[in-house]
Design a binder for this molecule. Structure first.
Ligand code: ATP
Ligand code: MG
Length: 225
């Protein structure tokens, strides 16, 4: 008997807890997580043709061209004989269209966290660069404000954690992503999860996936075609 592979996409703005939710999905369901950022970084490390083509765009903070991305991601997905959860792809409508032709996606989950919550979460973050220790003015404050607990050295705020930078990234995300979400909404495969925290969203994601992944897709590793 052959089984249909379960194909899912997760989307969400930076700081939405997409990483947390993805790792819980992997833990509870029989599904492989693929991140376009991780795939690109490994291609660059291995100096592949795709990696070399992508590097300059990433270094300049731009999106990698659609044709490079599409070939790379479809090439990774196509040989898979297991359920998958894709993260970071598609980022544009042409990417979504080609993906849907080659690998018909079953569900697209989008995490809709209020921008305000994301900004508050990120802007309170301070780091001790030499050790990588991370503090948060509200959730995990240092003993002395602005100072590392262990070394007494000053804490820094990463440029990309500053409020105006986060704001700009969020705006760019929604501008770029809205048409992709609309594409999936039209296909009636979009499921939106609203909430403030991963712990609040997670039970809904779990329940939703439990209704979408069939018992055989959940238990079988072999027999996929
Ligand atoms: P996050 O904060 O969610 O990790 P990121 O901006 O760091 O977001 P990654 O997914 O880690 O994004 O990808 C790193 C870089 O790789 C992006 O900035 C972009 O240049 C490129 N990239 C990743 N996915 C795509 C895609 N689907 N289309 C075009 N470029 C992409
Ligand atoms: Mg990243």
């Amino acid at each position: 008997m052959t089984l249909k592979i379960f194909r899912a996409i997760i989307m969400g703005p930076p700081g939405s807890g997409k990483g947390t939710v993805s790792s819980r999905i992997v833990k509870d369901f029989n599904i492989k997580h693929l991140s376009s950022g991780d795939i690109l970084r490994s291609q660059i490390l291995n100096k592949t043709a795709a990696g070399m083509a992508a590097k300059k765009y990433i270094d300049e903070g731009n999106l990698v061209p659609d044709d490079v991305m599409v070939n790379l991601i479809i090439g990774e997905l196509h040989p898979l004989k297991q359920n998958w959860l894709l993260d970071g792809f598609p980022r544009t409508v042409p990417q979504a269209e080609t993906l849907y032709q080659k690998e018909p996606v079953d569900v697209v989950m989008t995490l809709n966290i209020p921008d305000k919550i994301i900004i508050n979460r990120i802007k309170g973050r301070w780091t001790h660069a030499p050790s990588g220790r991370i503090y948060h003015t509200e959730f995990n404050p240092p003993k002395v404000p602005g100072v590392d607990d262990v070394t007494g050295e000053p804490l820094l705020q990463r440029d990309d954690d500053k409020e105006e930078t986060v704001n700009r990234r969020l705006q760019a995300y929604w501008k770029l992503t809205q048409p992709v979400l609309d594409f999936y909404r039209e296909l009636s495969i979009l499921e939106e999860f609203k909430g403030k925290y991963s712990n609040e969203i997670w039970p809904h994601v779990h329940k939703f996936l439990s209704t979408k992944i069939t018992p055989t897709q959940y238990t079988e590793y072999k027999g996929f075609s």
